[in-house]
Design a protein around this ligand. Structure first.
Ligand code: FE2
Length: 325
């Protein structure tokens, strides 16, 4: 492949006995038959490389291989050459047929499109993750005194998810959902958000709307539907006394139950301007203790109003698995 930054060539994939060594090597853009293929944008077939003026033996020497014949075709996408494909040493040193050439060129066309699509996908994915990070920053800036809360809840949620042996995709959804679980606080008035004393009933009502605000903020973003349950339901309670939908037991999405425990753990292990942390943040023991408290006491008696994570219970099965970790 052509490295767009340096202009060098590198092996993205090299298969065969010497492949792994070859993948460590970089070539100049104009080096060897591959360099000529890229310069001209044309297929080169060398039935005997020793008679080809562009053949250089540097790679062969470096990896301890002898190239006898090869076919090299450029990877071109919309008039832009992005790299090349090369096959070496046809079995029994037979000649490359017309069919071989045609098939190889057709393959190169498909490979070029696939590579460009994969790169676009990576860029989109990167942009998406950076946008999420910016949204998380927005919450953190807004609610400064819980600094780092979203990050810590994300870390704790993922840790619990791993203990529960979630697969890669649900774990990634959990990570996103946990990092954005309080995004709806952007829609809550500062006077309530920053209030250090107990919230009045009306204030609590307004504060509890943050889960709906969160859902509304995220719902229009395509590809985010799967993370909404964690945002919308992270204040439900196992006994059905939470909000917004009074879901109970395992009707609460697992993602939301996990975020709930992680949220509770963070609330209990963090200092607030108006109180010290309830439980020391001392690694595994702290996590286990906090989870146990989160489940047994619901943290209700321990966490002041307005700072109450609201959560509280994971099922016994999930709790056992969590605490085992
Ligand atoms: Fe919340």
């Amino acid at each position: 492949m052509l490295d767009e930054e340096t202009g060098d060539l590198y092996f993205e994939v090299a298969v065969g006995p010497k492949g792994p060594q070859a993948e460590k090597i970089r070539l100049r853009r104009d080096e060897g038959i591959v360099g000529e293929t890229i310069r001209t944008g044309r297929l080169i077939v060398a039935e005997d490389v020793t008679t080809n003026p562009f053949h250089g033996s540097r790679v062969d020497q470096l990896v301890g291989f002898v190239t006898r014949n090869l076919m090299c075709v450029p990877l071109v996408h919309r008039d832009r050459t992005i790299g090349a494909l090369e096959v070496l040493n046809k079995r029994d040193d037979r000649r490359y047929s017309e069919n071989d050439r045609a098939a190889f060129e057709a393959l190169a066309g498909q490979v070029a499109v696939s590579i460009v699509n994969a790169r676009l996908f990576d860029q989109l994915q990167q942009a998406f993750l950076e946008t999420v990070a910016a949204m998380v920053q927005a919450i953190e800036k807004r609610d400064a005194y819980t600094g780092g809360h979203s990050r810590r809840v994300t870390e704790a949620s993922v840790a619990i998810g791993k203990v529960l042996e979630l697969d890669e995709v649900p774990l990634e959804r959990l990570r996103l959902s946990a990092s954005l679980h309080d995004i709806g606080k952007l829609g809550v008035d500062d006077a309530i958000l920053r209030k250090t004393g107990a919230l009045t009933r009306e204030e609590f009502e307004l504060m509890s709307k943050h889960v709906r605000h969160g859902e509304e903020i995220v719902r229009p973003v395509s590809g985010m539907a799967d993370v909404i349950p964690g945002i919308l339901h992270h204040h439900e309670r196992f006994d059905g006394k939470g909000y917004p939908d009074k879901l109970s037991g395992e009707n609460i999405p697992l993602m939301a139950r996990i975020i709930c425990v992680a949220d509770c753990y963070d609330a209990m292990t963090s200092d607030r301007p108006y109180r010290k942390r309830v439980i020391a943040r001392d690694g595994d023991r702290g996590t286990r203790t906090a989870c146990r408290h989160a489940v047994r006491s619901g943290a209700r008696a321990r966490v002041p109003r307005g700072d109450r994570p609201g959560i509280i219970r994971v099922s016994q099965r999930h709790l056992t698995a969590t605490l085992k970790g």
